[in-house]
Design a protein around this ligand. Structure first.
Ligand SMILES: Cc1cc2nc3c(=O)[nH]c(=O)nc-3n(C[C@H](O)[C@H](O)[C@H](O)COP(=O)(O)OP(=O)(O)OC[C@H]3O[C@@H](n4cnc5c(N)ncnc54)[C@H](O)[C@@H]3O)c2cc1C
Length: 408
C-alpha cells in the first residue's frame, strides 16, 4: 500500500488565482531562511529565559525585513504590502508567538501609524530608525478601563503653551516594557482644540519617547507569548512639543480604524501560517508515535481530523488572502469598497484566530500526555494561539462589526 503523505503544503499556494509575484516567492525563500537561521535554533532557550535579544530587531532590519511595505524615501525596502504579508507569514512559522508579536508590533503597528498619521517631517525622522531595527516601536491604545470601547479611554493631553502635557496609563502594550517610541492615543478637550465633545472626535495621537521625563513602565507576566515584552505604561505629566502630535487634533480615531484593517489582516495571515506550522508538528508526532501496533496518524479518526484541519486552514487562508487582495488593491489606488474591506478583514480575523487555537488544541490532543509537557513545542503553540481571539479586537467585537456592516 502506498504510504499516506499527510504533510501540509507550505509553499505559497493558490496558483490558479495568483496573488504573489515571482519577486514575492524569492522573498519568501529568503525570509524563511532568515527565520530558520536566526530565530528557530534559539526559540527553546529564549522561551525558557522568557526573553530574546533586542539585537534581533537590528538583524531583521539589516536584512530589510522590517521595511517591506515602506518606500526608500523613509528607509524602507518596498515593494509593497504583499511583501509585508510574506514576511508576516514566514515570521509566524518561527514557533514563538512572542518574538513574532514584538517584531511585528514595531512595524505593523508603530511604524504604520507614523506613516499614516504623521507628516513628512515626522515620517523622515521616525521611520528610518524603526525600519532599521535600531529603535523599537509600540502602539498604546488599551487602558485598564478601556479596551474594546476605545472611545472610553481616559488618557488626557492638555495644552501647555505651544505643547502638551500627557497623563494616563496604558496596559497590555506589545513592546511596552522595552519600547523606544510609542504612539499613544489620548483625549483632548474642546477647550484645547478638539472639534467636538463626542469622545471619538477628541482622540488624538502623540509620539512619546521612553526617555521623556514622566514615563515609566513594567513588563507583564502572561499565559503565552512568553518572549514578548508586553507591558504597562504610565505617563505622569509628560511634556511634549507640538511636533510630537501625529495627525490632527481629534483625528486619532480615524487613524485607529484605518489601521485596524492591516492589524487584523496581519493577525489573520500570521494565524494561518502558525496553524499550518502547528499542524505539521501534530502530524509529525502522529506519524512516529505508535499505539496498538501502528502509527497514530494511520487511525481513521486522526486521518479524518487532519483532513478537516487542513480544509479549515485552507478556508482561513482563502479568506485572509481575499482580505489581502482588497487591501493591496486599495493601496494601489483602486476603487475598493471600504465596507467590504472592513467586513472581510473582520471575518478573516474571527475565523482564523479561533482556528489557530483549535488546531493547536487538536495537536496537543494527538500528542497525548506529551502534549501537556513543556518539552514539546505544541504546548507553546496552544498558549500562544489563545491570544488571537482577544488581541486586536475580540471575537465578540469582530461579530459586532460584521453584523453592523451587514445591516443587522
Ligand atoms: C498579549 C496582548 C497584547 C496586546 N497588545 C496591545 C498593543 O500593542 N496595543 C494596544 O493598544 N492593546 C493591546 N492589547 C489589548 C487588546 O487589544 C485588548 O485586550 C482587547 O482589545 C480587549 O480589550 P479588553 O482587554 O479591555 O477587554 P474588554 O473590552 O474589557 O472585554 C472583556 C470581554 O467583554 C467582551 N465585550 C466587550 N464589549 C462587548 C460587546 N459590546 N458585546 C459583547 N461582548 C463584549 C469582550 O469581547 C471580552 O470578551 C493586547 C492584549 C494582549 C492580551
Amino acid at each position: 500500500m502506498t504510504p499516506l503523505d499527510l504533510r501540509p503544503t507550505t509553499a505559497a499556494p493558490e496558483t490558479a488565482l495568483p496573488l504573489f509575484r515571482p519577486e514575492h516567492d524569492a522573498l519568501r525563500a529568503s525570509a524563511r531562511a532568515f527565520v530558520e537561521r536566526e530565530i528557530v535554533p534559539h526559540v527553546e532557550d529564549w522561551e525558557r529565559a522568557e526573553d530574546f535579544p533586542r539585537e534581533l530587531f537590528r538583524r531583521a532590519g539589516d536584512a530589510g525585513f522590517l521595511g517591506l511595505r515602506f518606500g526608500p524615501e523613509v528607509g524602507g525596502s518596498g515593494p509593497d504590502v504583499l511583501a509585508q504579508a510574506v514576511w508576516v507569514e514566514e515570521l509566524a512559522r518561527c514557533g514563538s508567538g512572542g518574538v513574532a508579536a514584538d517584531l511585528g508590533a514595531s512595524v505593523d503597528l508603530a511604524a504604520l501609524y507614523v506613516a499614516n498619521a504623521g507628516d513628512a517631517d515626522q515620517r523622515q525622522a521616525l521611520l528610518p530608525p524603526l525600519l532599521r531595527g535600531e529603535r523599537v516601536g509600540a502602539l498604546a491604545i488599551t487602558e485598564p478601563g478601556a479596551g474594546s470601547d476605545v472611545a472610553g479611554l481616559t488618557t488626557r493631553a492638555r495644552r501647555d503653551g505651544d505643547g502638551w502635557r500627557l497623563d494616563g496609563t496604558k496596559v497590555f502594550i506589545t513592546n511596552g516594557s522595552w519600547y523606544d517610541d510609542v504612539v499613544v492615543a489620548a483625549k483632548v478637550s474642546v477647550a484645547d482644540g478638539a472639534p467636538t465633545e463626542d469622545p471619538h472626535g477628541r482622540i488624538t495621537l502623540f509620539l512619546v519617547r521612553a526617555d521623556d521625563p514622566g514615563c515609566s513602565r513594567r513588563r507583564l507576566p502572561m499565559l503565552g507569548w512568553r518572549t514578548s515584552h508586553t507591558g504597562e505604561l504610565v505617563f505622569e505629566d509628560v511634556r511634549l512639543d507640538d511636533d510630537r502630535r501625529l495627525g490632527t487634533i481629534g483625528g486619532g480615531f480615524g487613524s485607529i480604524t484605518a489601521a485596524f484593517a492591516w492589524e487584523r489582516l496581519a493577525m489573520s495571515l500570521g494565524a494561518v501560517a502558525a496553524a499550518t506550522h502547528t499542524l505539521e508538528l501534530g502530524i509529525a508526532y502522529a506519524q512516529q508515535r505508535e499505539a496498538f501496533g501502528r502509527p497514530i496518524a494511520r487511525f481513521q479518526v486522526w486521518r479524518h481530523r487532519f483532513a478537516d484541519l487542513h480544509t479549515r486552514i485552507r478556508t482561513g487562508r482563502a479568506l485572509a488572502y481575499r482580505g489581502l487582495r482588497l487591501v493591496a488593491a486599495q493601496e494601489a489606488g483602486e476603487d475598493v469598497d471600504a465596507t467590504e474591506v472592513i467586513r472581510t478583514v473582520a471575518m478573516a480575523k474571527l475565523l482564523t484566530q479561533r482556528l489557530a487555537f483549535e488546531v493547536a488544541d487538536e495537536c496537543v490532543q494527538v500528542h497525548g500526555g506529551a502534549g501537556y509537557m513543556m518539552e514539546y513545542p505544541v504546548q507553546r503553540a496552544w498558549r500562544d494561539a489563545r491570544l488571537g481571539p482577544i488581541g486586536g479586537g475580540t471575537d465578540e467585537i469582530m461579530r459586532q462589526l460584521i453584523a453592523k456592516t451587514l445591516g443587522l
